[in-house]
Design a protein around this ligand. Structure first.
Ligand code: ADE
Length: 230
């Protein structure tokens, strides 16, 4: 089985690439894809660049061009829930797009016809995450992650997203990966470690904690890869 692991930024994938054996770089669609093996499993790592469009392009390429059979996403997020502190892990049970808005036509926020407000991540992969968390004695929170093409550093916007989508964290790529994977019927899993609280200090905190939180998330995903059959 060929497993894709995505991030959005170099800091999110460098700890993954560092662990691959026999790495080969393939350039495609204005991006670099890192082919390698980890504990005998075939892995393709890529960072998409930031935002929903780049994330959708990368997820579709990993599946359609490079024939990956599942997509794991690792990276950082802004916390909405007060329970989430910097460095904490959140596993998305559902993903929604907080900036998708055709409410002018009577539709709910995050919805377009023939779509869904929330797309659910693969239950089997979420179970594996729970087993890894148990083995490693780390806590993970499961909850909705809201995605949009905005870096949120505004308490009002954060509260609105939390209330509208019942979301616990926010970021800029997860729902795009979810849309692509669910349309192509490929199991996916989105993991994030908290880098900031999407408030007035978010820009400062993000810069300060991006690297350490990205590593927490990447290490956890690699532990999951060790547990995935095939
Ligand atoms: N990823 C990490 N923190 C974020 C924030 N505050 N807004 C959007 N994406 C993020």
């Amino acid at each position: 089985m060929r497993i894709a692991i995505m991030g959005a930024m170099p800091e999110e994938v460098e700890p993954l690439v560092a662990r691959l054996d026999d790495v080969e770089e393939i350039l495609y669609a204005d991006n670099t894809f890192y082919f390698g093996t980890y504990r005998g499993k075939e892995i393709v790592v890529a960072y998409s660049k930031i935002g929903k469009v780049f994330a959708a392009l990368t997820a579709a390429t990993l599946i359609e061009k490079f024939e990956c059979e599942m997509v794991l996403f690792t990276g950082v997020a802004g916390a909405i829930s007060d329970e989430l502190k910097i460095g904490d892990l959140i596993v998305a049970d559902g993903l929604c797009q907080h900036d998708l808005d055709i409410t002018a036509f009577g539709h709910p926020h995050g919805y377009v016809p023939e779509g869904a407000v929330c797309i659910w991540a693969d239950p089997g992969l979420r179970e594996i995450a729970k087993k890894v968390a148990y083995d490693q004695k780390v806590e993970i929170k499961e909850g909705v992650i809201a995605t949009g093409d905005q870096f949120v550093a505004d308490p009002e916007r954060k509260t609105w997203i939390g209330e509208t989508f019942k979301a616990d964290a926010l970021e800029m790529e997860g729902a795009a990966v979810a849309v692509v994977c669910s349309a192509l019927d490929v199991p996916f899993f989105i993991l994030r470690a908290i880098s900031d609280s999407a408030d007035m200090d978010a820009g400062f905190d993000f810069d300060a904690f991006l690297k350490s939180s990205a590593k927490v998330s990447a290490d956890f995903v690699m532990a999951m890869v060790r547990k995935i059959d095939g």
